[in-house]
Design a protein around this ligand. Sequence first.
Ligand SMILES: C[S@@+](CC[C@H](N)C(=O)[O-])C[C@H]1O[C@@H](n2cnc3c(N)ncnc32)[C@H](O)[C@@H]1O
Length: 332
Amino acid sequence: MLPKVLEEAVYGVYATTALHLADKHGVFGLLATQGAPTDKIAAELGLDEETLDRLLLLLDSFGVIERDERGAYRLPAEMVPFLDPRSARSVGGFLNHVMNSTLARLPQLDGYLTAGKSAVDAALPAPFDVMYRTPKLTEEFLAAMWELTYDVSRELVPRCGLDGVGHLVDIGGASGPFCVAALEATPGLRATVFELPEVGPYVADTVEKYGLQGRLDFAAGDFHRDEFPPTECVAFGYILSGWTDETGLELLRKAHRACADGGRVLIMDRLFDDDRRGPLPTAVMNLSMHVEAKGRHRTAAEYTGLLESAGFTDCQVHRSTQDKQLVIGFKR
Ligand SMILES: C[S@@+](CC[C@H](N)C(=O)[O-])C[C@H]1O[C@@H](n2cnc3c(N)ncnc32)[C@H](O)[C@@H]1O
């Protein structure tokens, strides 16, 4: 028998696969509302019973679902917020991204170890050329970003100090999860998503869906090439972790130029603990960033250092109960 920690690490790849398939085929959606045995789930969802049975046995062994004495599976209450696809905190979109995108890239690590990242990446397309290659991939990626960002943004927005701020620009703001959370909580605020042109139609959908006409708009641009629109507040959510310190500093200097005096920059990202021994999700995504982008995750002190080098002062660190944290810098 393997030690428990090693057992979960070794067999995690099977659990990720089973979680993804159960989410994709509606099993968690069904189990969030009712307990049911395998044959009934299979019949209701039109799935092969034997395959489903093996997946459910595995998820039960991992403790993700549970089975009662009559053989009915159900979702434990503590899993519902994360596995019910109707929940704002569902991990379904993230699992989809891991299985359909990240997993295909992880084998690159072998080449990175022996030939180095730049040599291997030189032969590969740029990450967002792949991510936005088809409408389906674009939708899946943006849905995963919404899941990762909207709920935690509602927790972070009150700590961003947006009262009295008239306008913010969210750099690489995807289809607008942070902007929507900020606008919902801050009457009088306007927001602009600055993004690659491919994302424009999805921001337009968000404006429509949330009734944000006149408050949320879109600026097409490339954050490497273009200056940012002038504003009182520049937000970077899961952006700087995608880039090297050198590029991060360039982006923060652009933010400083775009910010009005008295303005602020918001870095919303995962943080490593000061000793860089965790937390686990940050260590996982730090590896993921290596194959999906050119970045890495940082400690709060590393972000503060970058902010100060770009001219921001009086930096503050605010922590949420979730994976995304907030570092603020001011332009005095
Ligand atoms: C990891 S996602 C973060 C999305 C969002 N800010 C969040 O916190 O969920 C990175 C975003 O940066 C955008 N992006 C990537 N390269 C860009 C570029 N050169 N210029 C503008 N946006 C870019 C992508 O389209 C994507 O939506």
